[in-house]
Design a protein around this ligand. Structure first.
Ligand SMILES: Cc1ncc(C[n+]2csc(CCOP(=O)(O)OP(=O)(O)O)c2C)c(N)n1
Length: 867
């Protein structure tokens, strides 16, 4: 019998499961079943598959309305007979996994003994430990001279397990482990604080991918896997042979971000992607699907989306039981047990399981007869069986043409005994009594005395022990330790500003929107021989909105399939062009996807050692507001790139109305420490900002990213005043003085498109005999940061050179100009005008009058300030 063949009995068992109750003619059914079993036995799997395809075709032709069931039986996808030999030393790996479990547990319990408020989790890693360990010992490649490195996304609240491994690897000390979740106080104790979840911002040489916010890890992993294909197809970096692994929670799969890009992964045939969903059947509050079965649901979801699904449900000790289960009663009962009940079985002991699980039918009871209660208690689920996990990972790694998801069945709080295993409250369990600790020690045969166990001593075997040698050897074979975040990358030369932005610096009053100016600059930058190929333009189905259609032809839209159709507009100069080496990432209507793509490109300098420069241009309202958490995660992982919030400004976007008009993105951007946010009014200012950003990110290699708002209003673009560049980059500069000296004085500040209203207001006031200074504010948040750092800072200096009441206006909420109030020199009044409230659809003029950010309102504010 070929190695991947099942016995006729097991086929009998599986086909027998779903239908007995509905069977109108059991004799006929038996004949069909026998025929099929004979066909499979003699003709092999391929022949059996062919016949099934034929039957399906027949059924479809006859339109009998038959739909395939996407669920397979509730057993392992890989039968025992098809398992490859395990290439490791099982006993040593089990001992190592036990040590990881112990040190991870000790770290959390210790921290909470010392400071009850610190929090932490034991139960999630307890369920995931073997899933992590098999990856570490056999699959997760680190970056080395001969391998570009795999990308591994770790379930965030299992971070203690990753620290525990780094401890054995000698990367972290016992003192470091003692400072889990104490990053601030650790240095005083000569230790390194370990952050709660994976945060590259806090541990920049360690963590690569922040996963702490559920859903962001899953979607990121997909777009990273796709971005690796992009780099390969564009001949920038050969990423073949590298994989993206992600271990995620079954509860986490409910996040829209987790699910939203599954079809993209399948469409793009991302066989460099493997997800391991830890199906411990529980989330935080309770079961993921108490009345249903999450594995079935995920199997349907992933299979329907086009993934290769590997169910890893039962450990090796079930193999014998299933083989002896000639009536199919065991598989049927497993398949009929809802998750809430399965959780109860996990929480109870062997005796209870004998009575309540195996006691459900005489056949089951007979199967359990040869097992002691202890053995029943220790029957492993698939995700706790190192050999089975290895088989699943090996199958996933070898699978071609599809991404793979491994649905790994585990117990939450595995091994925590009565203190936590399968308990409703186990997620948040972080205290264990002495007796529980001793029980845990015994359960995993840990080499600890009672005193060591109850004092939560960390345990590290001697350097020359078999365990430590094994651990080191296996990591050496896989290129070294992991996770490890690297930062070395090439310095990219950037072109001189005049080469691509002369038209903007000396605009000479030409009518243009800043969006138009940006697109023109981008087009020119893409032509630069050095920098051009590293630019990644990203859109979420809005390229035409922003006037970027010309880039379709110029650099092409990336498509792993090239272009298999003649585009409707083939003859046009702006023709829609998809190509294997296309440069634009056109993400369709998925801001979550587009920002994940941007993050993949913006961290390429670190993840791949290849600096890329992404420009993601989008409706500004659908950025920080829509996918703000993803931007926060991008900031955490030290992204470098540009976010362009286009059609920005609550009154500048005219007719689009309440949902589209952005008046707040700058406020949120200001809360992100490594984000510099800009609201330039003029193309020349924009050019200076782009140049500075590229310099900071690519030449100086600083961990900053830029957020720049762009407007769609056409207005006259002046030349950038001589010497203004420095002020542009500090956040403001004096644009003009209107009116004759000697009149009433006022100072007007404005940013973005509202600067044009400010300029008009200054002209009106000048006409009334005032002398008005106009300051163009390019970044409220940079001014505010400077002021916070330096008393009152640069803006105070600028304002000190002006006189009279100050009025500040922008197309955003008033809180933005309010953020620089501390810069106002003593004795001067400071009025802020903004667009608080909901947007509306109307003309720009009507909107500006309504929100009182038009020239007339600015004039009025100045006049009232004098009274
Ligand atoms: C966006 C977001 N919402 C809520 C949480 C809080 N949270 C952390 S872990 C968790 C439960 C995770 O359950 P599951 O994904 O099933 O993983 P398990 O711990 O059971 O392995 C929750 C709700 C979070 N981290 N992120």
């Amino acid at each position: 019998m070929p190695p991947d063949k099942q016995s006729p009995q097991s086929i009998h068992m599986i086909t027998a499961i779903p239908s007995p109750a509905r069977d109108a003619d059991p004799t006929e059914t038996a004949e069909w079943r026998e025929s099929f079993a004979a066909l499979a036995a003699h003709g092999g799997d391929a022949r059996a598959r062919f016949m099934l395809d034929e039957l399906v075709r027949l059924a479809r032709n006859q339109q009998i309305q038959w739909q395939p069931d996407l669920n397979t039986p509730y057993v392992n996808t890989i039968p025992a007979s098809a398992q490859p030999p395990f290439p490791g030393d099982l006993a040593i790996e089990e001992r190592l996994a036990s040590l990881m479990r112990w040190n991870a547990l000790a770290m959390v319990v210790r921290a909470n003994k010392a400071y009850g408020e610190l929090g932490g989790h034991i139960a999630s890693y307890a369920s995931a430990a073997d899933l992590f360990e098999v990856g570490f010992n056999h699959f997760f490649h680190a970056r080395s001279a001969c391998h570009g490195g795999d990308l591994v996304f770790f379930q965030p609240h299992s971070a203690p397990g990753v620290y525990a491994r780094a401890f054995l690897e000698g990367r972290l000390s016992a003192a470091d482990l003692s400072h889990y979740r104490q990053e601030i106080s650790a240095p005083a104790a000569g230790a390194r604080g370990l952050c709660s979840y994976p945060h590259p911002w806090l541990m920049p040489d360690f963590w690569q991918f922040p996963t702490g916010s559920m859903g962001i890890g899953p979607i990121s992993s997909i777009y990273h896997a796709r971005f690796m294909r992009y780099l390969t197809h564009r001949n920038l970096l050969d990423c073949q042979g590298r994989k993206v692994w992600g271990v995620f929670g079954d509860g986490e799969m409910d996040e829209p971000e987790s699910m939203s890009a599954l079809t993209l992964a399948a469409r793009e045939k991302l066989d460099n992607l493997v997800w391991v969903v830890n199906c411990n059947l529980q989330r935080l509050d309770g079961p993921v699907r108490g009345n249903g079965r999450i594995v079935d649901e995920l199997e349907r979801l992933f299979a329907g989306a086009g993934w290769n699904v590997v169910k890893l449900l039962w450990g090796s000790d079930w193999d014998g039981l299933l083989a002896r289960d000639l009536t199919g009663s065991l598989a049927r009962t497993l398949g009929a047990t809802v998750d809430g009940q399965m959780q109860t079985f996990a929480a109870k002991d062997g005796r209870y399981n004998r009575e309540h699980f195996f006691g459900q039918s005489p056949e089951l009871a007979a199967l359990a007869q040869g097992l002691s209660d202890e053995q029943i208690d220790r029957l492993k689920r698939g995700g706790h069986d190192i050999v089975k996990i290895h088989a699943a990972y090996a199958a996933a790694a070898a699978h071609r043409g599809q991404p793979t998801v491994i649905l790994a069945h585990t117990k939450k709080g595995y091994g925590m005994g009565a203190a936590g295993q399968g308990k409703m409250t186990t997620h948040s369990q972080k205290k264990l009594e002495d007796a529980d600790l001793i029980e845990f020690r015994d359960r995993f045969s840990l080499p600890l005395t009672d005193a060591q166990a109850t004092s939560l001593a960390f345990y590290k075997p001697a350097d020359d022990s078999a365990e430590m040698r094994y651990l080191r050897e296996h990591r050496d074979q896989l290129g070294g330790v992991l996770p490890r975040r690297e930062t070395a990358c090439d310095v990219l030369a950037i072109p001189a500003l005049e080469k691509y932005a002369q038209f903007a610096l000396a605009a000479g009053g030409k009518q243009m929107s800043t969006t138009m100016a940006f697109v023109r600059m981008l087009g020119a930058l893409l032509k630069d021989a050095q920098l051009g190929p590293r630019i990644v333009p990203i859109v979420a189905d809005e390229a035409r909105t922003f006037g970027m259609a010309n880039l379709f032809k110029q650099v092409g839209i990336y498509s792993s399939m090239g272009q298999r159709y003649a585009p409707e507009d083939i003859g046009s100069v702006l023709s829609y062009r998809e190509a294997l080496d296309g440069q634009i990432l056109e993400e369709g209507i998925s801001e979550a996807g587009a920002i994940a793509s941007w993050t993949a490109a913006a961290t390429s300098y670190s993840v791949h050692g290849l600096a890329m420069l992404p420009f993601y241009i989008y409706y500004s309202m659908f950025g920080f507001q829509r996918v703000g958490d993803a931007i926060w995660a991008a900031a955490d992982q030290r992204s470098r790139g540009f976010l362009l919030g286009a059609t920005s400004g609550r009154t500048t976007l005219g007719g689009e109305g309440l949902q589209h008009q952005d008046g707040s993105s700058h406020l949120v951007a200001a809360t992100i420490a490594n984000c510099k946010a800009w609201d330039p009014a003029y193309a020349g200012e924009l050019a200076v900002i782009l140049d500075a950003g590229m310099r900071e990110m690519l030449v100086e290699q600083k961990d900053v990213f830029y957020y720049v708002t762009l407007m769609n209003e056409n207005y006259a673009q002046p030349d950038l005043p001589e010497g203004a560049a420095e002020g542009v980059l500090r956040g403001a500069y004096r644009l003009a003085r209107q009116g004759a000296e000697g009149g009433r004085r006022a100072t007007l500040l404005g940013s973005g498109a509202i600067l044009t209203e400010v300029v008009k207001a200054a002209e009106q006031l000048a006409a009334e005999g005032w002398c008005v200074d106009v300051l163009s504010v390019t970044s409220w948040s940079e001014l505010a940061r400077d002021a916070q750092a330096d008393g009152a800072g640069y803006l105070r200096e600028l304002l000190a050179a002006t006189q009279g009441p100050i009025v500040a206006a922008s197309d955003y909420v008033r809180a933005l100009p309010e953020s620089v109030r501390l810069c106002v020199p003593g004795g001067r009044s400071y009025r802020t005008l903004g667009t608080d409230g909901f947007g509306r659809s109307d003309t720009r003029a009507a909107l500006r009058e309504f929100f009182q950010v038009d020239a007339a309102s600015i004039v009025r504010a100045a006049q009232e300030s004098l009274q």
